[in-house]
Structure formats: structure tokens, C-alpha cells
Ligand binder design. Sequence first.
Ligand code: PLP
Length: 281
Amino acid sequence: MSDVLYFNGRFTTTDERVLGVEDRGFQFGDAIYEVFKFLGRRPAFLLDHYRRMNQGLGEIEIRNPWTEETFTATMRELLERTEFEDGIVYLQVTRGEAARNHFWPENLEPTVVAYSRRFAFPDVAKKERGIRVITTVDHRWNRCDVKSVNLLGNAIAKKEAQRAGADEAILLAGGFVREGASSSFFAVRNGSLITHSLDEHILPGVVRDRVIGLALGAKIRVDERPLREAELFDLDEAFITSTTQGVMPVTGIDGRVLRNNRRGELTGRLQQLFDQLELRS
Ligand code: PLP
């Protein structure tokens, strides 16, 4: 079955080849993307995703084709046309199509693409078992706060993790931990959470932000600071967060076993709180 595709103001399916080869998203990675989750055709944290996209588009001077209202209405229509209940929507706004040249023309019409996809979200067993990660060098560009489609550094790190039998790569730079190749990273030490502060080195994760809010609401201390690489050897618990994985325990780092290979208590608590919040969002 082909998926529903929204393309520049009309609905079609992913069977239709819609993009021109001189689209700047394709040739220059000149585009912003988002991924949100839906359950029972209801989008989770939709406006959080809209606001991050709006911020990213503004940073690289691409005109946002949507307002909050038109975005919400378009995404709801996409989900109504979708034939399954749970999944993700991938959406991308590129600067547009023009004869290839690094200098972009002013007033280009952005290209807009959004489609729904089935997704195998982690089940109860996986959420308890957790994942193993490796650490590797962060080779990405210096504006990781902008969710651009330049994901080569992320994809290479992810492949390295896969080849090492792990699920995620944790990116390091200058002796500090930044984030996962497609997730935010949290350490737990003495009952407190530690996660990288918001700056140009990490993506402002939607789930990261929600989990920090939940932790503070539960009187759990949160230190937003870069974790030293050496601190990875002395953690009580660790987890990653992302739209597709939610709160996912990390039970092994570079082949070392954490917490006897079990989900930590605080991680389990936050996982439960987050899952409840997501259903209500
Ligand atoms: N960091 C990176 C580099 C990512 O690619 C992602 C998600 O794809 C995240 C963090 C998590 O962000 P979110 O919680 O908004 O899904």
C-alpha cells in the first residue's frame, strides 16, 4: 500500500515522483525537516514540532509556508486520509527549486513535502530491555540546533553503531558528550539527571524538553550541562529520548554493561510519565 503524500498544497501518494532534480533540498541539503508521531490518528506534541520547524526555517531564512492554524489543519487532513492508526509523519520544507547555484534567488517558493508512514514503536519488552550504544566522534556541522536535512554525519555514526551490534551512537567532541545520532542523551547520577544544555551543539529535542518538564514536576533535579566523557564510566543510569523511541533505557555503553543490563528505576519512572503525557498530548 502506498502512503498518503502532501506535496505543495495537494494530496497524492508516495507512488508519484514529485521532486525536481534541481530542488535545493536535494542538491544543497537546503531544507528543514520534522518527524512527529501519531497514535489513533492523533498527533503527539504537534505544536512543539511546528515551533521548532518555524525556528529552524527562520534561522536559515526559508519562508515558513504555514501558520500554526494552517499547519495543524493540513496535518489533520493528512492523518484523516491515512489508512492506519499509528505511525509517524515525515515532513520537509526546502528552499525551493532553481537552476543550480550556491547563491539562492530571493523569493523562491519553498517546496513542501509531508507523508505518513507506519512505524514499529518499541514494545513493552524493548522498553524494559533498553538499548546498547557506542560512542564516536561528532562530525556534524556547527549548527546542530537547526534540524536541517544534512544528516550525513548522523548516518555514518549510526552505521558505525550498527556494525558494532549497537542501536545508537553517542556523539563526543572535545572530551564531552553531546547527544545521540538521532536522539537526546540523559545520564542519571545520585538521583539527578544530566543532559547537554541547549546550544548550537545539540538539537532541542521535543521529548528532551518534555522529559525535563516531567522530571522537574516530580522534584527530580536536572543539570543541563555537557557531561564529561570520563563521567560515562560512573553513571547510575542512562537513557536516550526521541519522538520514535520515547524514553529508552541505555543498558550498555561501548560494550560495558550498565545497571546489570536492566532499566534503571528513575528511567522507568520517567518512561511511564512520558508515555502517559504523550497519550494526553
Ligand atoms: N537529536 C538528534 C540529532 C535527532 O535527530 C533527534 C530526533 O530525530 C533527537 C535529538 C530527538 O528529538 P525529538 O525528541 O524531537 O524527536
